[in-house]
Design a protein around this ligand. Structure first.
Ligand code: A2P
Length: 308
């Protein structure tokens, strides 16, 4: 694989590499050299996830095609989508138009909580490959847990897809510690948990738990849907480093070794967010953001199992 890892591989911790685009000389359309500086987190022997990805929630049709095209042009190589976002075909269109090779990209998608029985997983996954017009998915996630369906059934099917070479890494989303313990007790691969995480909902306990189990994390709604950008601590640090508040928040997340997938349909903001990986935040400032008072999560709904 073209991505290299400067550290000896070590089972006791997540380890990092740098993203090295495969055909940089011939097909790189990136506007920013940051693509070379993009850190990755190793998920397993076959997959390393770039720490900054492009979130596509609530984007469909031309808006989604335009936004993903801009993101690819700027230099993002990691795109996050899901069945319920109903935009697989739009993502595929933007990728096709970019001319980038499949192996230059890292694609995550997710299966909804009502399709977690093994036959549903296998059947719908084939639909995802058709919609996304690609032979494999880099990271395949359970979108929301569902205690009505044995997790072994779901993860067994997802890991079967991995053995068939159609998935590089398997993970979950919106899982609590208890869900993760259930999942790990199956012995199946669970490489990553994607959850809401931003300065006013920092999930420090879940971060600690995931670290102890060698499970990587992705932060969705990393900007707190834009709400965290006006927090006084974030504004103060933006001034100190001479960057935007969004860059401060994203840099804080990726500096902690967590993947961030900011969403934006605005070209200037898509580019601004990408620049967040090009500078380094001091440890004291990371801790300063860690100590911001916490607020309730933004995203909850009756079907969630956050109380488990
Ligand atoms: P827009 O799409 O108009 O840029 P999150 O990723 O936490 O869900 O946040 C997404 C929200 O934050 C969207 O409303 C998006 O609006 C806004 N946003 C994304 N990037 C930036 C940025 N760099 N500065 C300000 N707002 C941003």
């Amino acid at each position: 694989m073209r991505i290299w890892c400067p550290w000896p591989l070590d089972d006791s911790a997540l380890w990092y590499g740098y993203y090295t685009p495969f055909r940089l000389e011939t097909s790189n359309v990136a506007r920013h050299d940051n693509i070379r500086k993009m850190k990755t987190i190793r998920l397993n022997q076959e997959a390393q996830i770039p720490v900054l990805g492009f979130g596509t929630w609530q984007m469909r049709g031309d808006e989604c095609v335009r936004a993903v095209s801009t993101a690819l042009e700027v230099g993002y190589r990691h795109i996050d989508t899901a069945d319920v976002y109903d935009n697989h075909k739009d993502v595929a269109k933007a990728i096709k138009e970019s001319g980038l090779a499949r192996e230059e990209l890292f694609i995550t998608t997710k299966i909804p909580r009502d399709l977690l029985c093994a036959p549903d997983v296998l059947e719908n996954f084939n639909r995802y490959l058709n919609e996304l017009d690609m032979p494999y998915i880099d990271l395949f996630l359970v979108h929301w847990p569902n205690k009505q369906i044995p997790i072994l059934d779901t993860l067994g099917a997802m890991n079967q897809l991995k053995q068939e070479g159609k998935v590089k890494a398997v993970g979950v989303s919106n899982f609590t510690e208890h869900h993760l313990e259930d999942a790990l007790s199956t012995g199946c691969e669970v490489t990553l948990n994607q959850v809401e995480l931003h300065p006013t909902f920092n999930q420090l306990e879940l971060q600690e738990f995931c670290r102890s189990k060698n499970i990587a994390m992705t932060a969705y709604s990393p900007l707190g849907r834009g709400e965290d950008l006006s927090h006084p601590t974030i504004l103060e640090l933006a001034k100190k480093y001479g960057v935007s508040p969004a860059q401060v928040v994203l840099n804080w997340i990726t500096s902690r070794g967590i993947v961030a997938i900011p969403k934006s349909s605005n070209p200037g903001r898509i580019e601004d967010n990408f620049k967040s990986v090009s500078w380094t935040m001091g440890n004291g400032d990371i801790e300063k953001i860690d100590s911001i008072p916490q607020e309730p999560r933004i995203l909850d709904h009756p079907g969630s199992e956050f109380d488990y």
